[in-house]
Design a protein around this ligand. Structure first.
Ligand code: SF4
Length: 332
């Protein structure tokens, strides 16, 4: 369950160290269910897509409360739990419980579409149904776990998107994928949305303002420096060192946090990539205006003044860690 949730949107090489640390912190489903969400998010911090951590935690609590602590063994039952889509439910049911059910991840779909010569031009729904039909039919009785994992590994290591290693492939005898198609089998690079993150580092007596991100969005539940996100196309955000840019950010801090600040200087911009977003992080250093403090006008907003050395006690994203490291380096 843990590995499938982690792998939903993150590559295996990235997941591996998180997976080890996560299992050490939560060695059983019951320990995970009993842990506070903030602790779970802390061990997820840096991997992104935090809805997965919230769903995993919620699923563990439901299993403990309603299912006597036993993870359901069938795809249908797993689908009723938070965070389980058809792929994750199929993967857990087949890999962990050896149920004869399909788990078509991206690698498996590529192997199959080449093996059954599914036309790339077919409408995606029709293509998907065709592949699932073949896959369900192919899974051998009592060997679903090994079969599904073998297909996944074949796609990950041999039947690569570009230049598949057909000479090593155990199923090459059956494969109609032509040399010409192999040359064309280059998937278009996943497009990422460009964003500009204007990040306010507001210092007050050696401490900096952070707040807990509300909602269930990209970084929901994590702590961060106040950040104003804009798209480079709109030109509406404070993406440079110009006077309007500083004004926009200061106005945001006043409206959102009820604080008055004094601009000090910008820090060097940084790049940070999420799966679907390419962000330019633009940190700006501010001081709290003398005699001012965070107003108590926004009760829903959780805020803290923390030393940079104390940030590690909070679950924060990798993007914010990069900014904190930059701030540390510039102050030395
Ligand atoms: Fe993929 Fe080549 Fe094997 Fe066909 S023969 S399944 S294209 S690796």
């Amino acid at each position: 369950m843990v590995s499938e949730f982690m792998l939903q949107q993150t590559r295996i090489e990235t997941v591996l160290p998180y997976y080890g640390r996560f299992l050490k912190a939560f060695p059983s489903l019951l320990r995970l269910a009993r842990a506070p969400l903030q602790k779970v998010l802390k061990f997820w911090a840096g991997m992104g897509y935090y809805a997965r951590a919230r769903n995993l935690h919620a699923a563990a609590r439901i299993i403990r409360r309603d299912l006597s602590g036993k993870i359901p063994a069938t795809k249908e039952a797993l689908l009723t739990l938070p965070g389980f889509g058809p792929y994750t439910a199929g993967a857990v049911a087949s890999i962990a419980f050896n149920q004869r059910t399909a788990a078509p991840d991206g690698n498996v779909k590529r192997v199959l579409s080449r093996l059954v010569n599914a036309p790339a031009s077919a409408p995606s729904l029709e293509r998907k149904r065709q592949l699932e039909f073949y896959l369900e039919d192919l899974i051998p009785e009592r060997q679903a776990s090994g079969f599904n994992q073998a297909l996944m590994d074949l796609g990950a290591m041999v039947c690569l998107p570009v230049r598949p290693k057909c000479h090593l492939c155990p199923v090459r005898r059956f494969c109609p994928f032509t040399t010409e198609e192999k040359k064309k089998g280059i998937p278009p690079e996943r497009r990422r949305r460009e964003e500009i993150w204007a990040i306010a580092l507001i210092e007050n007596k050696g401490r900096f303002l952070i707040h807990r991100q509300e909602g269930k969005g990209l970084l929901g539940g994590l702590w961060q420096f106040p950040t104003l996100v804009s798209s480079p196309k709109t030109g509406s955000g404070p993406a440079d060192d110009s006077l309007p840019a500083k004004r926009t950010l200061r106005k945001y801090l006043r409206d959102r946090f009820g604080i008055t600040t004094r601009f000090r200087n910008p820090l060097s911009p940084l790049r940070h990539e999420f799966t679907h977003i390419r962000a330019t992080l633009c940190p700006y250093l501010f001081s709290l205006a003398p005699g001012k403090s965070v107003a108590k006008t926004i009760p829903a907003l959780e805020t803290r003044w923390v030393k940079i050395s104390g940030l590690s006690r909070y679950p924060i994203s990798r993007a914010m860690t990069k900014v904190a490291d930059l701030l540390n380096a510039e102050r030395q």
